[in-house]
Design a protein around this ligand. Structure first.
Ligand code: 5GP
Length: 203
């Protein structure tokens, strides 16, 4: 289980897509959500888009590995979507937030779990990336920027912290760590550099 979390707009979905496109052994877990689809998003590909009643029924049936409210919408990973693949030895990529990551870890499942927290190179770059999305609505950009600080404080809960300065470099770093971890080896992270970056981002 490979978890990729980050404040919104840092590029984790792009990285997850690269991992799954370039290696047959990586598949992305498709979450359920109650949020509306963005332009270009497809039901069953990007998310399973459901209404609140359907989501609540899935909670009641104990169908979720984890679920959380993010930006006022519900998001969750169903067991059905991933268990079969995990049992076949496929690496599953989870693009989920810190709340979901905590829930997955708490369950102490039989699958190895490696968690990544991805940082933007700067707040300015993040704002630019969010503004370039299909969501033209400035309110959403501002809402997600103001959420940034409360997301970023969770970085310590992750195994690895990587900075998405350059997409290919970030991809390679994550891929290398996954390969090492699959051999039972831990990679060192430059904690001083990361702490410095966090300070810079929250100030
Ligand atoms: P977005 O609406 O931009 O696609 O996603 C918003 C946030 O929800 C992102 O941080 C994303 O990682 C998180 N998210 C997406 N799917 C899930 C999920 O199944 N569970 C949890 N806990 N978070 C999710």
């Amino acid at each position: 289980m490979v978890v990729l979390s980050s404040p919104s707009g840092v590029g984790k979905t792009t990285i997850a897509n690269l991992l799954s496109q370039r290696s047959k052994n990586f598949k992305i877990s498709i979450s359920h959500t109650t949020r509306s689809p963005r332009i270009n998003e497809l039901d069953g590909k990007d998310y399973y888009f459901v209404n609140k009643d359907k989501f609540k029924a899935l909670i009641k049936n104990n169908s979720f590995f984890e679920h959380a409210e993010v930006f006022g919408n519900l998001y969750g990973t169903t067991k059905e979507a991933v268990v079969k693949k995990l049992n076949k030895g496929v690496n599953i990529l989870f693009d989920i937030d810190w709340q979901g990551t905590k829930q997955l870890e708490k369950q102490k499942l039989d699958y190895k779990i490696v968690t990544f927290f991805i940082l933007p190179p700067s707040k300015e770059v993040l704002k630019e990336r969010l503004s370039n999305r299909d969501m033209k609505d400035k309110l959403i950009v501002n809402e997600r920027m103001s959420q940034f600080k409360s997301d970023i404080i969770h970085w310590k809960e992750y195994d690895y912290i990587v900075i998405n300065n350059d997409l290919e470099k970030c991809y390679n770093q994550i891929k290398e760590i996954i390969v090492s971890e699959s051999k039972g080896l831990k990679k060192n992270i430059d904690i001083e550099n990361i702490e410095g970056k966090i300070q810079e981002l929250i100030n």
